[in-house]
Design a protein around this ligand. Structure first.
Ligand code: 9WO
Length: 281
């Protein structure tokens, strides 16, 4: 969404081998779900991508094979040791042949975007580092991490679920992952707008009818209705996306006319965006 139209097709166009994703995690079985189910699972079956999960405990030393220790300076919790992670990253780079970018999933990261997903999907390989406990020794982050990103302004128990979200988002864009290429072209977020509402049977559910235009068979009217619902939802909930779409030249004259006619809203507060102060700050 933050890229020009040409960059969207760039993730789809180049012919190449399967994308290789390496994940460093003390819970490798968690990552298996993204390889087993849904669109990402089917894309894996089709050989479009591979997943290699690495447990830093396999690189840990000593009788107890420790991967964590108490924080210098005191305080609660444990910190992941730099050394087992560094050795694991070295082994990953060796297995990749050519070192891929290393992404660390953390609440301190900048928010990941659709543009990031397209950029990662165009890479031959990507390494994801999943932390646990209170975090990772900062020196490992300083020396080995290329990008620190968050998938939302909240804290979970480890980087595995956020990494799985990135993998799912990336793999959808690999050529051949989607059965219907149109479903990606129609992906409203890829156009920089929120999606329009969707309806299916029955025509009336708990007294609520489907918007009549969708039953009219008039394709131009349906397309215009969907475009206007997408514009309306985006203007109300994520006004900054409207401004971005405008600057990217993605709003037609008819779009601008429709937006000018929208009533100013007081009932629905804008969703918290990246710029909103959250509990983490
Ligand atoms: C744990 C903890 C325990 C006691 C006191 C303070 C504490 N902070 C944390 C903590 O933030 N742990 C993180 C768990 C360390 C990095 C991996 N973890 C993580 C990643 N949680 N949430 C994410 C994450 C990643 C991407 N987007 C949103 C959230």
């Amino acid at each position: 969404m933050a890229e020009p139209a040409s960059a969207e097709s760039a993730a789809v166009a180049p012919a190449r081998g399967p994308m290789r994703i390496d994940a460093i995690t003390i819970l490798p079985p968690m990552l298996e779900a993204v390889r087993a189910w849904g669109i990402s699972g089917r894309a894996h079956e089709r050989g479009l991508w591979s997943l290699h999960a690495w447990n830093p405990r396999d690189q840990a030393e000593g009788n107890y094979r420790s991967i964590d220790d108490r924080p210098f300076g005191g305080g609660p919790g444990m910190v992941m040791l730099a050394e087992p992670l560094a050795r694991t990253l070295d082994a990953v780079a060796q297995a990749q042949g050519d070192r891929a970018p290393v992404v660390y999933l953390s609440p301190q990261g900048r928010p990941a975007t659709h543009a990031d997903v397209l950029r990662w999907a165009a890479l031959p390989a990507l390494t994801l580092l999943c932390g646990r406990y209170e975090g990772i020794d900062q020196r490992l982050i300083d020396s080995r991490i290329d990008e620190e990103v968050a998938v939302g302004d909240f804290v979970v128990s480890g980087g595995e679920l956020p990494a799985m979200m990135l993998i799912d988002a990336i793999v959808r864009w690999l050529p051949g992952a989607m059965n219907d290429a149109d479903s990606m072209l129609q992906d409203s977020f890829a156009q920089g707008l929120l999606d329009c509402p969707h309806y299916t049977r029955p025509e009336v559910f708990e007294g609520r009818p489907v918007p009549p235009v969708l039953l009219s068979g008039h394709h131009a009217n349906i397309a215009r209705w969907r475009r206007q619902r997408a514009l309306e939802a985006t203007a109300r909930r994520r006004p900054e996306l409207i401004e971005h779409a405008r600057r990217a030249g993605r709003l037609a004259k008819a779009d601008e006319a429709f937006l000018r006619g929208l009533a100013p809203v007081a009932d629905e507060p804008p969703a918290a965006g990246p710029a909103s102060p959250g509990p983490l700050r």
